[in-house]
Design a binder for this molecule. Structure first.
Ligand code: HEM
Length: 293
């Protein structure tokens, strides 16, 4: 295994070593705190919760017409100069996340969802602000009236005994976060690639951008960060992204429409990157279409 240490955490790199690590029965996603989150557990509990989430995600395959129309409208509404994060990636990822849960999500909700990541305790830091945002959203969603969609499906699964109280409380936020954050980062970075280097396939873009750079696992020797940058953007093994089909479909529609819009040429202005060690993304990237300056 190609492995080195960073801040006391083993880092696995190189495709073969990473595939091996992600498939290894000796490495778990469970840090041992008894979390009800699908991401932070393994075994039967993980399989059960993941099964419920997978059924919900299947409801967006293929993407329903109103979601497609919203994505087209977001791109159609872009002015002569726009920020790829605020004006393109955020409303597109927000619309898909809203469709996943089946509830409208406002800017305050999306701000808290982004704060969840910005402060996520990925490398053992002491900053708990991300957890505070996640908790706030969990409480908010538990009180939200929901129509058909993911939130109602989670409540139905709970009523049927497929999820316990804690699983019902936390996993709506986990699902929203999973659907939103990586898509937000992917769409903005891919938009920048299109603006600077011209058209490429969505699959190529997601592999080269790799919005989630590492996943964390725990072994006998302590925590291990497994790199996904060598061709594994959606991970692999038990926790491999169950939303990859939705992510690729969302990217296809949004990026095709964006590429068309930028067809006549454009200039890239201010570009600001986020600094998170795991979630690779842009904070801001202003694009001005040619002839509009
Ligand atoms: C470009 C966009 C996306 C990327 C790069 C991405 C990447 C990933 C990766 C790498 C994992 C594995 C985490 C691990 O092994 O610990 C994951 C898990 C997950 N993703 Fe995605 N994802 C994206 C979009 C989505 C979307 C749109 C949804 C929902 C519709 C989604 C739902 C999930 C869920 C529920 C998990 C947890 C699975 C589990 O722990 O078993 N993702 N994603």
């Amino acid at each position: 295994m190609d492995e080195f240490e960073l801040h006391g955490i083993g880092v696995v790199t190189g495709r073969e070593a990473c595939v091996h690590a992600l498939r290894s029965p000796d490495l778990t996603s469970d840090p041992g705190a008894g979390s009800p989150s699908v991401l932070l557990r393994d075994g039967d509990g993980h399989t059960r919760v993941r099964g419920v989430l997978r059924e919900i995600i299947a409801g967006l395959e293929p993407l329903p017409d109103p979601v497609l129309a919203t994505i087209e409208a977001v791109v159609g509404g872009l002015g002569p100069a726009f920020d790829l994060v605020r004006d393109f990636a955020r409303p597109v990822a927000g619309a898909v996340t809203s469709a996943v849960l089946g509830v409208p999500l406002d800017d305050v909700f999306l701000d808290h969802l982004e704060r969840t990541t910005a402060n996520l305790d990925v490398f053992g830091g002491a900053d708990r602000a991300g957890q505070t945002s996640a908790f706030r959203l969990a409480v908010q969603l538990s009180r939200t009236a929901a129509g058909p969609g993911g939130l109602t499906a989670l409540r139905t699964a709970h009523a049927a005994g497929r999820l316990d109280d804690d699983e019902l409380m936390l996993n709506p936020v986990v699902l929203a976060h999973a659907a939103y954050e990586n898509s937000l980062n992917f769409l903005a970075c891919a938009g920048l690639e299109l603006a600077t280097s011209g058209p490429r396939s969505v699959r190529e873009l997601v592999t080269s951008i790799c919005p989630a750079r590492y996943v964390l696992r725990f072994g006998a020797g302590g925590p291990v960060a497994v790199s996904l940058t060598d061709g594994l953007p959606f991970g692999l093994g038990r926790h491999a992204c169950p939303g990859s089909g939705v992510a690729l479909a969302e990217g296809e529609v949004a990026l095709t429409a964006l590429a068309k819009l930028l067809d006549g040429g454009c200039e890239v202005g201010e570009v600001v990157w986020k600094s998170h060690p795991v979630f690779h993304g842009l904070a801001k990237a202003v694009v001005t279409r040619s002839g509009n300056r």
